[in-house]
Design a protein around this ligand. Structure first.
Ligand code: PLP
Length: 456
């Protein structure tokens, strides 16, 4: 009998991991996953774990879907690759662009494909700036990005990501990205407790002031996540996105809504901007479009921006942007199968139902003395751990409160993350069984309690 392969040594020898302290990795060891079954994962050492984050908020249909696997295999046999450069195309890219235009809010109809969320936002920012350059106003180039927003880690998007730990090690920032405050009532920069009806941040007044301070003639666009994911599952007060739309209209700015996490169902609608009936100028997507079975992302643009590209008299010339894998036929075929499954199985309604079940399950976590707030939008939950419930005081970073709880959860069979150190999150697959969801929340609670004694 041959012994099972052990990849730990190989991992430590050669594999560079994102968001990982490699000096500490040998202590706990890498978690080598070898199989996925629905909402559960199997590690090389035989442990089973609940996939509490659906990978990285993305394996929305769960693991082991034969329909997605078949779609990839069929397309690989037929035509594994075709570029979309220079007017070349393939049926899956064409059909997917049409399907996404059909699902997007009315008024958006052009789709540009990339391979992930960072490329999608990098592209959206370039398209927004190009619009003003072609309009004869190249000085209109500033992008307003929210504190605690996460938009990716390529060149410009690293700077548009307004989370400090991502900046320190990489030298100069990209120019013309300006920060605006986060609509984060629990820790509002205008003071807490905050009344979202009157607070200058949550009403968008602070953002508008920033536009006026810079001069609208210098500002190209505002970028925002409908629900801030990696920044700590921050759910902006209802009406915030609508106010951003109004401000953008008043000052002639483009609105980029980053739906990389929320797109394709995670909040119970195809796109989260639908909850406020907001029509952005550009929507970015990735992750859930293929349930992460294969990398794909993209940007959906307004009719006006799409028309600009097609109207030679107004805007002549080639769109000098794109990637080798833009419109990759295999990725597009998987996305078509993924969207078809969401429709066929009525998964948007399932998300809405499961979100209610999840809300009831997580509510009691708020009673724990270390839990400051439990936040939720659809199947996204954030549990913010605090040192002092009354004053909302944070744990010192070096205490690693959230990371310790997440590590304990992993030992007990649940994969979760401690965002920014102290926000534990759950974002399960849409197809998770209620009993599994129940067990996931139970483990989360047990793990917060079990690590309490480390933090007194
Ligand atoms: N935008 C948001 C809201 C995200 O959550 C992420 C990734 O988590 C990105 C952009 C970047 O996506 P990617 O890691 O695919 O480049």
């Amino acid at each position: 009998m041959t012994s099972a392969p052990n990849h730990v040594k190989g991992d430590l020898a050669h594999l560079i991991h994102p968001l990982t302290d490699h000096s500490r990795l040998p202590e706990a060891g890498p978690l080598v996953l070898v199989r996925g079954e629905g909402s559960e994962l199997v590690a090389e050492d035989g442990r089973r774990l609940i996939d509490g984050m659906a990978g990285l908020w993305s394996v929305n249909l769960g693991h082991g879907r034969e329909d997605l696997i078949e779609a990839a295999a069929r397309q690989m046999r037929e035509l594994p690759y075709a570029a979309t450069f220079g007017g070349v195309s393939s049926p899956p890219a064409i059909e997917l662009a049409g399907k996404i235009a059909e699902l997007a809010p009315p008024g958006l109809s052009g789709v540009f494909f990339v391979s992930g969320g960072s490329e999608a936002n990098e592209t959206a920012i370039k398209l927004a700036r190009r619009h003003w350059v072609r309009d004869g106003r190249p000085e209109k180039s500033v992008i307003l990005a929210h504190d605690r927003g996460y938009h990716g880690l390529t060149g410009v998007t690293t700077t548009a990501t307004r989370l400090r730990p991502y900046h320190g090690d990489f030298g100069i920032a990209a120019p013309d990205i300006e920060e605006v405050p986060a609509p984060y009532p629990y820790r509002c920069s205008a003071g807490t407790p905050c009344d979202p009806e009157t607070c200058p941040v949550c009403t968008g007044a602070a953002l508008e002031q920033k536009v006026e301070g810079l001069g609208a003639e210098r500002v190209a666009a505002v970028i925002v996540e409908p629900v801030f994911g990696s920044g700590g599952v921050i759910v902006p007060p209802s009406g915030y996105l609508r106010r951003l739309r109004e401000i953008c209209d008043r000052h002639e700015l483009l609105l980029i809504v980053d739906e990389v996490i929320t797109g394709f169902g995670r909040t119970g609608a195809w796109f989260a901007c639908e909850h406020e009936s907001v029509v952005p100028d550009l929507i970015t997507f990735a992750k859930g479009v293929t349930s992460s079975y294969i990398p794909l992302g993209g940007v959906i643009v307004s009719d006006a921006l799409w028309e600009e590209l097609r109207e030679p008299a107004a805007h002549p010339g080639v769109l000098m942007h794109g990637f080798t894998h833009s419109g990759h036929p295999v990725a597009c075929a998987v996305a078509l199968a993924n969207i078809e499954a969401i429709e066929r199985e009525g998964l948007l309604a399932v998300v809405r139902e499961k979100a209610e079940t999840l809300a009831a399950l997580v509510a009691p976590l708020g009673d724990h003395p270390h839990v400051g707030e439990v936040r939720q939008a659809g199947l996204m939950v954030g549990v913010e751990l605090v040192a002092d419930k009354a004053t909302r005081q944070r744990w010192p970073v070096e205490a690693e409160r959230g990371r310790n709880a997440a590590a304990e959860a992993r030992r007990r069979g649940l994969l979760t993350r401690g965002l920014l150190g102290d926000v534990l999150c759950l974002a399960p697959p849409f197809t998770i069984a209620d009993e599994t969801m129940e067990r996931a929340v139970e483990i989360l609670g047990e793990s917060i309690e079990a690590t309490e004694s480390l933090h007194r």
